[in-house]
Design a protein around this ligand. Structure first.
Ligand SMILES: [Zn+2]
Length: 422
C-alpha cells in the first residue's frame, strides 16, 4: 500500500482538524455531509433512486444486507462477496483482495453476519486517522505495536510502515504463546480486547511477562471500571486508552485524560435518546465512500457526559459505553408487564460486593439469571442475592432465581460481562 496515502489523514487527525468551538465543528460537519450526499447521489444506485427531497432512511445491519448490491458504489455483489469472505475466514487467509477491495465479515451468528468492504484508500485513511489520534504525545516514531484481534483483516495490516512496527497476535493462540512472544517483541503500545489485557496483566503480576509499554489501548469489548483500575495499577499508567471502533466506523477514542470522545471530525452522530443521558448513536461516516454508512443506527447504549473535558475538545464526551440493546435485562413486572433493566444496574449488583473482579452475568430467562465467578464465598453469594433483591424491589420486578457457576474466559469469544441470551 502507498504509505503516503496515510500521511495526509494522519496529519489532519493529529494537527489540522481543530475546532475552536462547537459551532465551528457543526459548520464543518454540515459541509462534509453535503459532500457525502452529493457523492452518493452520483455513485450509489440506491441513493440515486431516491427522490431529491426524501429524508434518507435509517440503516441497520438488516437494511445494509438487504440493499447491499445497490448501496455500494463499487458494483460488488453480496453473494459473491460473502462466499469470498467465508472462504478467506475458513482458511484464515486475510490478505486476499476481491477485485481490489477487501472484504470483511462483522460478527454475529451465522446467517446474521454483515459484510463490509473497504478500498485501499479507505484503509489508509483509517490507519492514518487512528494513528494520528492515538499515538502518544511527543514521541511519534519508533513505536512497536502489539495488536490482538480475533480475526485479521487487511484493514488492520495497513499500519505496518517504516516508522511504526506492528505485530499481530491472533487471539486463537494460547496465552502462553502470547506471553513468550511479547517477552521477545517488547512492544511500546499494546492494543487488545479488555479481557485479553486483563489476562496479560495477570501474567505480569505473576512475573511471567515483563514489558515496558507506554500505552495500553482497549478495543472491541467494554472496558469495565474495575478492570480499568486494575490495568492502570499493573501497567503503571495513569490512563488506559479506549478505542470505540466497529465495522461501521472509528467512532470514538480517549483523549489524554482518558475520557472517551466521539470522533465527530469523521462521523456525524445523531442521538436516539433512551432516557436523559443514554442514547443509541445513529452514525453517518463522511469519509467512507465504497459502502455508505449513512444514518446507521447502532444498538450500543452510550451514556453522554454533559461535563466539559479538561482536554478542551469540542467533541461529545461519553461517560461510557454501557452495552448493547440486546443486553438490556427483561424481568417480569406486576400484572404481566415487562421491566427493562439497563446493563449498568446489573453490573452494580456485583460491584457492590467486595472483591469480585472476573464475572459474567447472563440472563437466560426472565426468571433465571446465572452468575459466573470464581471462588465466591457463601457470604459474597448472599450479598449478590441481596443486591438483586434490592434492585427488584426498587424497580418493581419479580426477583429472578440466581444460580452460581464457575467463570471461564474464552479469548476467542468477545467477552460481555452482562449478557441476555433470549
Ligand atoms: Zn477529553
Amino acid at each position: 500500500m502507498n504509505k503516503l496515502k496515510m500521511l495526509l489523514p494522519f496529519i489532519q487527525a493529529r494537527w489540522l482538524r481543530r475546532f475552536k468551538n462547537r459551532q465551528a465543528l457543526e459548520r464543518y460537519q454540515e459541509k462534509e455531509l453535503q459532500k457525502q450526499s452529493a457523492y452518493m447521489r452520483t455513485h450509489s444506485p440506491y441513493y440515486r433512486s431516491l427522490p431529491e427531497e426524501a429524508t434518507w432512511p435509517l440503516m441497520d445491519k438488516t437494511f445494509m444486507m438487504a440493499h447491499f448490491d445497490e448501496l455500494n458504489t463499487k458494483g460488488v455483489k453480496k453473494e459473491e462477496a460473502m462466499a469470498f469472505a467465508l472462504a478467506s475466514e475458513k482458511n484464515r487467509e486475510f490478505n486476499e483482495n476481491y477485485q481490489g477491495i477487501s472484504i470483511g465479515l462483522s460478527s454475529g451468528t451465522s446467517g446474521h453476519r454483515g459484510i463490509f468492504i473497504t478500498t485501499e484508500e479507505e484503509q489508509a485513511l483509517w490507519a492514518g486517522t487512528i494513528l494520528g489520534k492515538m499515538l502518544p504525545k511527543g514521541k511519534l516514531v519508533g513505536h512497536k505495536l502489539a495488536f490482538f484481534l480475533r480475526a485479521d483483516n487487511q484493514l488492520y495490516q495497513s499500519i505496518n510502515s517504516p516508522v511504526i512496527e506492528l505485530a499481530y497476535f491472533d487471539t486463537y493462540q494460547p496465552i502462553e504463546e502470547h506471553v513468550s512472544r511479547l517477552n521477545e517483541y517488547q512492544p511500546t503500545i499494546l492494543i487488545a480486547p479488555a479481557s485479553m489485557l486483563v489476562a496479560l496483566a495477570k501474567a505480569i503480576e505473576e512475573h511471567h511477562l515483563k514489558m515496558d509499554v507506554q500505552q495500553v489501548i482497549s478495543v472491541a469489548e467494554i472496558l469495565e471500571a474495575t478492570d480499568q483500575r486494575y490495568l492502570e495499577k499493573i501497567f503503571q499508567l495513569p490512563v488506559i486508552h479506549q478505542i470505540y471502533q466497529c465495522t461501521e466506523g472509528f467512532l470514538g477514542c480517549t483523549c489524554e485524560y482518558g475520557q472517551l470522545h466521539l470522533n465527530e471530525d469523521i462521523v456525524f452522530i445523531e442521538k436516539e435518546y433512551l432516557d436523559e443521558k443514554r442514547f443509541y448513536p445513529i452514525v453517518t461516516d463522511f469519509k467512507r465512500t465504497s459502502q455508505p454508512i449513512i444514518r446507521y443506527r447502532l444498538n450500543d447504549i452510550l451514556v453522554e457526559s454533559k461535563e466539559k473535558c479538561p482536554c478542551g475538545s469540542v467533541y461529545q464526551r461519553i461517560e461510557k459505553i454501557e452495552g448493547r440493546s440486546d443486553d438490556i435485562f427483561l424481568f417480569e413486572g406486576k400484572n404481566g408487564t415487562t421491566i427493562s433493566v439497563f446493563p449498568d444496574f446489573i453490573r452494580r449488583c456485583l460491584l457492590f460486593v467486595p472483591d469480585i473482579r472476573d464475572y459474567q452475568v447472563t440472563q437466560h430467562q426472565p426468571t433465571h439469571v446465572e452468575i459466573a465467578s470464581n471462588q465466591l464465598t457463601e457470604q459474597q453469594k448472599r450479598q449478590v442475592i441481596q443486591e438483586f433483591e434490592k434492585l427488584a424491589e426498587d424497580l418493581e420486578f419479580n426477583c429472578p432465581q440466581l444460580t452460581f457457576n464457575a467463570y471461564e474466559w474464552n479469548p476467542q469469544v468477545k467477552l460481555k460481562r452482562v449478557a441476555r441470551k433470549f
